[in-house]
Design a protein around this ligand. Sequence first.
Ligand SMILES: C[S@@+](CC[C@H](N)C(=O)[O-])C[C@H]1O[C@@H](n2cnc3c(N)ncnc32)[C@H](O)[C@@H]1O
Length: 283
Amino acid sequence: MNYRHAFHAGNFADVFKHAILVGLIDALKAKPAPFCYIDTHAGAGKYDFRDEEARKTGEHVDGVQRLLIAPSLPDALRPYFDLLRAANSADANGHLNIYPGSPLIASLLMRPTDRAALCELQPDEAAKLKALFAHDARIGVHQRDGYVALEGLVPPKERRGLVLIDPPFEAQHAEFGLIRNALESAYARWPTGMYAVWYPIKLRRAVLPFYRRFASKGIKKTLMVELMLHPDDSPLRLNGCGMVIVNPPWQFDRWLKELLPELAHLLARDAHASQRVEWLTGE
Ligand SMILES: C[S@@+](CC[C@H](N)C(=O)[O-])C[C@H]1O[C@@H](n2cnc3c(N)ncnc32)[C@H](O)[C@@H]1O
């Protein structure tokens, strides 16, 4: 396990993933009943752009920093941007030094009655996560394999909520296999749960079998959203990324169709940027 999210925090893929995550959690909050947020690959929870890892790659410069210099932001991005501001409230100069990972984003949006279970296998990252939430009784941190832990975490007692599956994809093909197994077994136990899976896109042909699987396994409602910055024809670089959402909130496709063109415009490096929102199953 070599992957460390600190090298990539706040890059275009994080902006894509986290803007959508905020939309999903906000939709859960539309009803007063409590929900449970489950993060199978939680990371450290919080990152600092002044740290060596972020300075080395500078990936956030072409990611979240683009939002800071944009002349205006679309309405659909506002909740995510407000949350970034909330995570940096101590910085009076308006700088963005702190980048909230998915666990911190979820915790900032959760109500007192909502609950979260965070899984992180890497000991150093898990220790940071535990320290970050040491005084938050709503949040449980599990230093465990998130795929294995998921079996015991679903269905949650609240019977409503979201599972985020955001693995490191150190070995592309193998990771898709692990996701499929974990997702299908969780779905069998909790078919009404909401599941969001993030994945990198390098070669298009590598993601097509994953897409086809949802229909063949009888998963009834699956929405797919992609953001491409480069053509999907090179295995050597991160050309774009996607998210598959099982049981998305009502009219979430409409919200995504508003968000994605704006996001592609803000994050584009050249004329190759594109985006798609499509139903893989159901509608
Ligand atoms: C892409 S990062 C997660 C980023 C985080 N979800 C966010 O959005 O802020 C993937 C994380 O998964 C961890 N990891 C790798 N394999 C794992 C496994 N089998 N179970 C749980 N965590 C794992 C890595 O240590 C890494 O911190």
